[in-house]
Design a protein around this ligand. Structure first.
Ligand SMILES: CC(C)(COP(=O)(O)OP(=O)(O)OC[C@H]1O[C@@H](n2cnc3c(N)ncnc32)[C@H](O)[C@@H]1OP(=O)(O)O)[C@@H](O)C(=O)NCCC(=O)NCCS
Length: 194
């Protein structure tokens, strides 16, 4: 059996882009009906990921796409946003999501980035942050966060990310985006004077 390998996506590789879009479309349906409504929208998303300064890579099982990760550098390369992370439905629950995040983390650390972050929307009323007034006391809403149903934030918490912010109504009334981050370098340094 061939081991998994991670390769760069390139605009010329139409077959790989098509496969990546297909797994992204299928896997995204459980979390969002608006993000990737069609395979064509997913193809567009893949092309968008290739334009960003960062990485867009797939994990191959033979010649089959098992997972896709994109990540873009921000804030003069101090920050890296992972978007998107997709594990094909048939491969979920086997450690591939963790493997892709570890891979991105290593890449970001090597470049000296300080913060890794992701945004995950709650469109399905799966967390205590949906369907409530987040302007009233956002700090308390975050402190009292809990899951009501399965949601990817459970995965990110498991990987050591913590909730650092919420963007109310990002996906519609009562459907926030949840920002989660993880430090990449050891804590305890002096703050920069600037
Ligand atoms: C979320 C996703 C990337 C996770 O990938 P995965 O390969 O299934 O996850 P892994 O097998 O690597 O899981 C790593 C750990 O997280 C846990 N985990 C995975 N999904 C979880 C969830 N939804 N809630 C709680 N914990 C979860 C696993 O149990 C495992 O725990 P362990 O450390 O005890 O072994 C994948 O399910 C996916 O692509 N979902 C659809 C798209 C999506 O939601 N992307 C993220 C958008 S923000």
């Amino acid at each position: 059996m061939q081991p998994f390998r991670i390769v760069d996506l390139i605009p010329e590789d139409k077959e790989l882009i098509q496969q990546t879009a297909q797994i992204a479309f299928e896997a995204s349906q459980s979390i969002s009906k608006i993000w990737l409504p069609t395979v064509e929208a997913a193809i567009e998303e893949v092309h968008e990921s290739l334009k960003r300064e960062g990485i867009s890579q797939v994990l191959l099982d033979g010649d089959r796409v098992a997972a896709w990760v994109g990540a873009s550098l921000q804030f003069s390369e101090r920050v890296l946003e992972i978007h998107p992370l997709i594990v094909a439905r048939a491969y979920q629950g086997n450690g591939l999501g963790r493997r892709m995040v570890n891979h991105v983390e290593a890449w970001a650390r090597q470049r000296g980035a300080l913060t890794l972050w992701i945004g995950t929307s709650d469109e399905t009323r799966a967390t205590s942050l949906s369907g409530v007034d987040l302007y009233e006391n956002p700090g308390a809403a975050i402190a009292n966060f809990h899951q009501l149903a399965p949601h990817p934030c459970g995965f990110w918490l498991r990987l050591g990310f913590c909730i650092v912010g919420i963007l109310p109504d990002a996906e519609g009334v009562g459907k926030p985006s949840i920002m989660m981050a993880k430090p990449l370098q050891q804590k305890g340094g002096e703050a920069d004077e600037d």
